[in-house]
Design a protein around this ligand. Structure first.
Ligand SMILES: Cc1cc2nc3c(=O)[nH]c(=O)nc-3n(C[C@H](O)[C@H](O)[C@H](O)COP(=O)(O)OP(=O)(O)OC[C@H]3O[C@@H](n4cnc5c(N)ncnc54)[C@H](O)[C@@H]3O)c2cc1C
Length: 325
């Protein structure tokens, strides 16, 4: 067997189980292509049924770093432990779901080990020992195929929603479970006094999303978005300019640098359809676009399009949506 492939997840990072499954599925694919063992390194709380999940994805061993401090923003304490683990296990590839924490941890780890890293990965193949990664680059406008040339381990950050979560149940034997301890002498350089704790439903899980863009024109018009979303039993979201302008909370931003949604219905109101926005909603089953410009790029991505002024059509849509069924 060749050197192992490691999938690294941090459950205290609010990593959704979908993201974990996707990272494990990619790990399994690469381990099969390169005849290597698959290891799963879990930081923080052990997710429910971790062994069963590992077995579904062909994981050979689980290393659990439960005692590692994950309450801080810098991850200073995590990196030496991961570096030590990599030195000991000599993985050829390390994959992590691209969460806020892993976006900080993995580049620092790669730099410490003198290795390369590719973020925004959409898919990868072992390609006879020459790992190739397809990643979103240039602000999401291009898909580039990148090849690692430096020494392993090669680090990959997998974009949320990039791969389909497999539903197969070709389970393998239960993986072995071992415990990893943090390196005791590591000190955090930053102390977190109070951590923001996300509450309530997550945009990533919503079945209906109504999203507003710059075309709303006025902050008050975002109330239409919220009202329509509630009337349809869904969640309100926004494009980045509305977040940058402070109209909407950053947790509601959809796109490359925001949340990646996969609803049954995505209603884009006054949104042009820039690739960076579409990166967060193109997996929706049905996209309905409302835009006053009939040539707006969003219409190329939508199944249904309404050419209209949003301030005129939104009250009418809300009225219909609020009617008793
Ligand atoms: C590295 C990088 C990352 C980025 N990440 C993200 C991201 O995560 N999410 C994101 O959204 N963007 C992101 N962006 C920004 C992105 O490129 C676009 O600038 C942004 O998505 C545009 O937002 P918008 O469609 O709301 O605004 P605009 O592009 O200004 O479009 C407004 C639309 O509203 C229409 N309109 C105007 N008036 C009305 C009206 N009265 N009624 C109906 N329609 C009307 C217009 O015809 C137009 O199509 C990123 C950019 C970069 C460079």
């Amino acid at each position: 067997m060749n050197k192992p492939i490691v999938v690294c997840t941090s459950e205290s990072d609010h990593t959704s189980m979908d993201a974990t499954h996707a990272a494990l599925a990619l790990g399994r694919q690469l381990s099969q292509e390169s005849n290597a063992k698959l290891a799963w390194l879990i930081m923080g709380e052990l997710p429910a049924g971790a062994s069963a999940v590992g077995s579904i994805h062909g994981v050979h061993e689980i290393a659990h770093a439960g005692a590692v401090p994950l309450t801080t923003s810098t991850s200073d304490a995590v990196i030496p432990m991961l570096a030590e683990y990599c030195k000991r296990t000599e993985p050829q590839i390390v994959i992590a779901a691209q969460t806020a924490r892993m976006r900080t941890v993995l580049p620092r780890l790669a730099a410490r080990l003198g290795s390369g890293i590719v973020a925004n990965c959409m898919k990868a193949s072992a390609n006879g020992g020459n790992l190739e990664v397809v990643a979103a680059t240039h602000g999401g406008n291009l898909r580039s195929t990148l090849r690692f040339t430096g020494p392993p381990p090669h680090f990959i950050l997998l974009m949320p929603g990039a791969t389909e979560t497999p539903t197969g149940n070709d389970a393998t034997p239960m993986p072995e479970l071992s415990t990893l301890d943090p390196i005791p002498w590591t000190e955090e350089r930053v102390r977190v006094l109070e951590a923001a704790r996300p509450t309530g439903p997550r945009l990533e899980d919503a079945q209906v999303v109504v999203s507003g863009g710059r075309g709303l024109g006025d902050r008050r018009n975002f109330d239409y978005i919220t009202t329509l979303a509630h009337a349809l039993g869904g969640m309100a979201a926004a494009s980045r300019p509305l977040v940058d302008a402070g109209w909407v909370d950053p947790t509601r931003q959809v796109g490359l640098t925001g949340r990646v949604t996969k609803p049954r219905l995505y209603i884009a109101v006054g949104i042009s359809g820039a690739s960076q926005h579409m990166a967060g909603c193109s997996a929706a089953r049905v996209i309905v676009a409302i835009n006053r410009d009939r040539h707006a790029p969003i219409f190329r991505h939508s199944q249904y399009g309404i050419v209209a002024d949003c301030a005129e059509i939104l009250p009418a849509l809300i009225k219909v949506a609020q009617e008793p069924v």
